[in-house]
Design a protein around this ligand. Structure first.
Ligand SMILES: Cc1cc2nc3c(=O)[nH]c(=O)nc-3n(C[C@H](O)[C@H](O)[C@H](O)COP(=O)(O)OP(=O)(O)OC[C@H]3O[C@@H](n4cnc5c(N)ncnc54)[C@H](O)[C@@H]3O)c2cc1C
Length: 528
């Protein structure tokens, strides 16, 4: 090796080792004692020897932090277990649940879980569908539901949003102030999961996805450090948090770009099945013409309910303009019901919540395609063929939900140094497809999940044949077996892996937090 090359190698090795050391978590009793002391918990001398035990971790946590730990049999534990959307998550039983009141509680919990090698999961709104995504059998579930701050800056440009909020909590504080942030469209969804994976919003045409609007993250790293992460402080980690899911740390607060927002236009129409051709065409045109309508957002769904197929369109328009021209083509399609009106964002979020009931078995899966009405019609046929094979399942409600990812939105993915999703303007407009199925009996799990997988693989096959396939897999709609991060493109995935090794050298968020989507594609959880 030439001397200069050797020198560069030696310097980079040194920098990497120093950085890795800076982020290494405590391993021994002494190190844990010192780390806890730096967080204000002085229990040096009383710490047990390191051992792999979740009950021991729960016991230590309830000693050092009163009232944040609950175990099976307590009212708090039962209440919190009841606040998952899917039955699969609700039936997952952790050794204890920890409910941090402040970021320091999260840091302490993270250190203790490592000391006792106790696997953990993190929950914000609990709307990820599969078991183990935000709850963990026999481990520790860190339930962020008490982190409910919603605080607008004096200049009204940033809102500090605690990671345990649900979107309705945020909107009901901001609506009366004439302000908003880019967030979810359904009242009960958590701020945490939605924002770390993406965040399709009514306002995405103007401001991008929710992750594009986060100015600063308060993040707890694996070594217990509580840090503000933004474009100036740590541009690499800031990039990774915009799409990296639960792989980089636990976010305790999102500081979100805030904008003026008054009343808006929105609601849903329901259409008979013979409108399929017109709806697919109107969708294609809407997506293609999006640059003329940055205030308009659309969700189209094809569903099977109680013996018949129905189609629906949900509209959001950021201004209080009745029947905005953006939706003209849909207005001329015959409908059975129509709830469009001038209203608040909170009100629209509550309306959509009603059509997404919790307490059932749930399956989400996804694919992305180039925009085409012809393809959408072919996919609809596949959906109907597969639903016919499972429609006898009790309480079944399968819905094929299509949303455009428009060019104006993709352009906004470049904001603040760019997000991690790997979608380029030249790739758009795209169709984001989400197949969502609800049912009630465990006995039907396997055949329903298999039918859903066939819808995805057959649709992708048809898309490839038509030259309309696309690699992106939306984390927030993905099924356990889908390789989300490969869908970001290999360059972005490698970049995320390197950032994860820098800030989490022991790979705590990989090995001790097995659930949900992992950068190496070995995801954790269970569909049934
Ligand atoms: C009815 C319904 C409506 C939806 N509507 C929309 C929508 O309008 N737009 C959209 O884009 N998506 C939507 N989604 C998808 C939604 O974004 C995902 O389900 C998302 O994961 C939900 O976030 P959560 O916080 O409720 O979930 P959780 O299950 O609590 O979390 C999901 C994952 O994120 C991790 N996580 C959560 N918070 C943190 C944190 N603070 N730090 C580190 N990791 C964290 C969890 O560990 C878990 O792995 C919807 C889903 C449902 C079921």
């Amino acid at each position: 090796m030439r001397f200069s090359a050797w020198l560069i190698w030696a310097i980079s090795w040194l920098v990497c080792s120093v950085l890795a050391d800076a982020y290494t978590a405590p391993h021994t009793s002494d190190e844990l004692g010192r780390a806890l002391a730096s967080l204000g918990v002085e229990i040096r001398g009383q710490l047990p020897v390191p051992q792999a035990s979740c009950p021991a971790a729960c016991a230590l946590l309830s000693t050092v932090r009163k009232n944040i730990v609950s175990t099976s049999g307590s009212q708090t534990y039962a209440q919190q277990q009841g606040r998952y959307w899917s039955l699969q998550q609700l039936e997952t039983l952790p050794a204890c649940r920890v409910t941090p009141q402040i970021a320091i509680d999260v840091a302490i919990t993270l250190l203790v879980t490592q000391f006792f090698q106790c696997p953990f999961a993190v929950k914000s709104g609990g709307h990820a569908a599969f078991a183990g995504a935000s709850n963990i059998q026999g481990g520790i579930t860190i339930d962020l539901s008490s982190l409910t701050q919603v605080e607008v800056s004096k200049d009204r440009t940033v809102t500090k949003v605690g990671a345990g909020n649900r979107w309705l909590d945020v909107y009901s504080k901001l609506d009366p102030l004439g302000l908003s942030v880019v967030g979810g469209r359904v009242a009960d969804i958590g701020v945490g999961g939605l924002t770390l994976g993406g965040g399709v919003s009514f306002f995405s045409g103007r401001y991008g996805w929710a992750l594009d609007g986060v100015k600063n993250y308060q993040l707890v790293l694996a070594n217990g450090q509580i840090r503000d992460i933004n474009q100036n402080s740590d541009p690499d980690l800031y990039f990774a948090l915009r799409g990296g899911g639960n792989n980089f740390g636990i976010v305790t607060r999102f500081d979100m770009e805030t904008f003026p927002q008054g009343l808006m236009w929105g609601g849903s129409t329901i259409h008979p099945p013979n409108t399929n051709v017109s709806i697919c065409k109107a969708f294609e045109n809407f997506a293609n013409n999006a640059s003329q309508n940055p205030d308009a957002a659309l969700i189209t769904a094809y569903a099977y309910s109680q013996g018949s197929y129905i189609f629906s369109n949900n509209y959001g328009y950021a201004l209080p303009t009745p029947f905005p021209p953006a939706f003209n083509e849909f207005t001329s399609i015959p409908n059975i019901t129509d709830t469009q009106r001038i209203t608040t964002l909170s009100n629209l979020a509550v309306e959509l919540n009603a059509s997404n009931p919790g307490g059932f078995r749930e399956h989400y899966t996804t694919a992305t395609f180039k925009n085409s009405a012809a393809l959408q019609l072919r996919i609809l046929d596949i959906f109907i063929q597969e639903v016919e094979t499972i429609k006898d399942a009790a309480d079944i409600l399968p819905a094929l939900v299509m949303q455009p990812i428009t060019i104006p939105t993709i352009r906004l993915f470049r904001k603040n140094g760019g997000n991690a999703l790997g979608i380029a303007e030249a790739d758009g407009p795209l169709i984001l497809m989400n197949l969502a199925i609800l049912w009630s009996s465990t006995a039907d799990d396997d055949r329903i999940i298999a039918a859903a997988a066939r819808v995805i693989s057959r649709s992708q096959q048809v898309a490839r044949e038509m030259g309309l396939g696309y690699r992106y897999i939306y984390q927030n709609y993905a099924s356990l077996s889908q390789d989300v991060f490969r869908g970001y493109g290999e360059e972005n995935r490698q970049r995320l892996l390197a950032i994860s090794r820098k800030y989490d050298p022991d790979q705590v968020f990989r090995s001790l937090q097995p659930g949900y989507f992992k950068l190496d594609g070995v995801n954790g959880g269970s569909l049934s």
